[in-house]
Design a protein around this ligand. Structure first.
Ligand code: SF4
Length: 368
């Protein structure tokens, strides 16, 4: 991976229905709006290709639901990227909803360069999937996985949610068994977060949510099991077979340059942060970007690096900021070391697995 390379995120903001916990920007839409959107995405790609003289080495189609687009449209977008940027040995990922597997032409996508599929599984328990408001069932997951493999795309990531209302340990075992038996390359496990202004948020009291302690137990249980069967727990929510860590997402955590295209997409280029407004009509019409300010600061570095199991390596910190890791942080962190939440020595500081669970608290304590 070159220091000068760029990760490209392309947001596909369409969903067939809204999951009751989701706070992402996405909407139901007709074909006309989708077509306009794709044209605008391609023209923004060409615009940025002219502005930025950087090679692209990761491309990520996220959403929303990229698999709601016809595969030809993904190919059209990739063609624009190829015409606008120099592409170097890229990791090209597309998120797929298992409910859409029959309409996705995985072979066509592979031919166009897609070499990594991220399947939004969330759960392998049909009751949980219903409660989570998902459009698919467990059999759709198995069929999606088979179709992707048959297409020749072997780098497959699967996403799961821990902490769904009423979830039980057995459901976690199903996840671990599925990953182990299929030798899945990459697994993301997210603790359910109820976003404000969502149906889950308003109906919190009537849903059988797990307590925080239960969620923590579930997280530690599944993390241990995943490591036991050979996965590297390389980031708070992410596990990978060796060498299959997400190159694209590592750019976010390593503060490398990335460009996000589409409403609500964020970018970091040459230490400047900016984003597009969360409004598809504004994007299709003008596509204004809003500047957020300076990025890549020491605080951001600490916040993001502590998400990774490798933590903050002091020699790298010194190389990046031209000064040694400030002593004040050691003073602040020593109480967490006593509690077994942080480990440090003369080379590195990192969170333990229990520390991962309290990362927000520890990190905000450190940098505020
Ligand atoms: S969770 Fe995913 S599929 Fe569900 S509404 Fe949000 S973006 Fe759409």
């Amino acid at each position: 991976m070159s220091d000068d390379s760029l990760g490209l995120y392309i947001h596909i903001p369409f969903c067939k229905s809204k999951c009751p916990y989701c706070g992402f920007y996405s909407l139901e839409s007709d074909e006309e709006i989708k077509e306009l959107y794709i044209q605008k995405v391609c023209s923004e790609i060409r615009k940025w290709g002219n502005i930025l003289n950087k090679p692209v080495d990761t491309i990520y189609f996220g959403g929303g639901t990229p698999s709601l687009l016809k595969s030809d449209k993904i190919v059209d977008i990739l063609r624009s990227v190829n015409e606008s940027f120099r592409i170097i040995d890229p990791e090209i990922t597309m998120e797929v909803n298992p409910a859409d597997y029959k309409s996705v032409d995985f072979k066509k996508l592979k031919f166009a360069g897609v070499n990594r599929i991220s399947i939004g599984v969330q759960s392998l328990d049909d009751n949980e999937l219903k409660i989570l408001g998902r459009r698919h069932n467990a059999n759709d997951v198995f069929s999606t996985y088979e179709c992707v493999k048959k297409s020749g795309i072997s780098n497959i990531s699967v996403d799961f949610i821990v902490g769904a209302p009423g979830q039980r340990f057995e459901s976690l075992d199903k996840i671990v068994d599925f990953c182990g038996e299929n030798n899945v390359s990459h697994v993301s496990i997210y603790l359910l977060k109820v976003e404000e202004n969502t149906p889950y948020y308003y109906n919190k009291s009537s849903l059988n949510f797990l307590s925080d302690d239960m969620c923590s137990d579930f997280y530690l249980y599944i993390s241990d099991k995943m490591e036991y069967i050979g996965y590297n727990h390389y980031e708070i929510s992410n596990f990978a077979v060796s060498g299959k860590e997400s190159k694209h997402n590592l750019k976010y955590w390593n503060l490398e340059d990335y460009l996000g295209i589409g409403p609500s997409s964020h970018s970091l280029i040459k230490n400047e942060r900016f984003y597009y407004e969360s409004n598809i009509h504004e994007f299709n019409d003008k596509g204004r970007i809003i500047r957020e300010g300076v990025g890549g600061t020491e605080e951001e570095y600490i916040m993001l690096k502590l998400r990774l199991s490798e933590g903050i390596k002091f020699n790298q910190y010194e190389k990046k900021f031209g000064r040694s890791f400030p002593k004040i942080y050691f003073e602040k962190i020593s109480k967490y070391e006593t509690l077994g939440l942080v480990k440090f020595n003369i080379n590195v500081i990192k969170l333990t697995k229990k520390g991962f669970l309290l990362s927000n608290k520890i990190i905000s304590d450190l940098i505020i």
